[in-house]
Design a protein. Structure first.
Length: 204
């Protein structure tokens, strides 16, 4: 589960303004929809540095700790920051601090391939629409041939009338999550700090 990718697409599709999903419930729900048995849930996200963005750093620290207690395998990396220049309608330019994930998609790809090679699963479900993972789907087919067993990769993602990207990862089975399905998998706990920062957060 690519936390940032999932959140941003859920925001576009359903209007949620912070990552309020329950990762384990989502994984269990999708598996139940397809009559698959959930073996393990892995979650990946970039996390802002506490000095750069204490609000979202505290949120993710709490949320990831809760996931760990659920038995989810959590992988996180610090966001890397750079200045992004934004051109305003009046022609002036504004420089904003912007955080980006580095290495998350690579780690997801490596884990999918590594676990397939070990025979740890029959179906890998990627909660992401990152097309960089389409090459992984090709590798899974090769592993299937080499091991002479049935194995494939699926892709689950939010869909609604407001969704701008309706494509799953190429060469995978696409599983759309509608509003009702997603809403049934919300986390009742809110890990956001009670006091909001004085300045807008640099990123989730």
């Amino acid at each position: 589960m690519d936390g940032q990718n999932l959140f941003h697409h859920a925001k576009t599709a359903f209007g949620y303004h912070y990552p309020n999903f329950d990762a384990l419930k989502l994984a269990e729900t999708v598996c139940r929809m397809r009559s698959w048995n959930l073996v393990k849930t892995h979650f990946y996200t970039g996390v802002p540095d506490a000095a750069d963005d204490p609000f979202w750093n505290q949120f993710w620290t709490r949320k990831l700790a809760a996931m760990g207690r659920q038995g989810i395998e959590v992988f996180s990396r610090p966001l890397r920051y750079h200045n992004r220049v934004v051109k305003l309608p009046d022609g002036t330019q504004l420089s904003l601090l912007h955080g980006e994930e580095k290495g998350i998609d690579v780690r997801i790809a490596l884990d999918i391939i590594r676990l397939a090679s070990r025979g740890s699963y029959d179906v890998a479900i990627a909660f992401s629409q990152d097309q960089d993972l389409s090459e992984v789907a090709d590798d899974i087919r090769e592993i299937s041939k080499l091991q002479n067993r049935w194995i494939k990769m699926a892709c689950a993602f939010p869909v609604s009338p407001t969704t701008t990207n309706r494509r799953g990862i190429n060469r995978t089975d696409w599983i759309g999550l509608d509003r009702a399905t997603y809403a049934a998998c919300l986390d009742p706990a809110d890990y956001r700090p009670k006091v909001r920062p004085a300045k807008p957060p640099a990123g989730l």
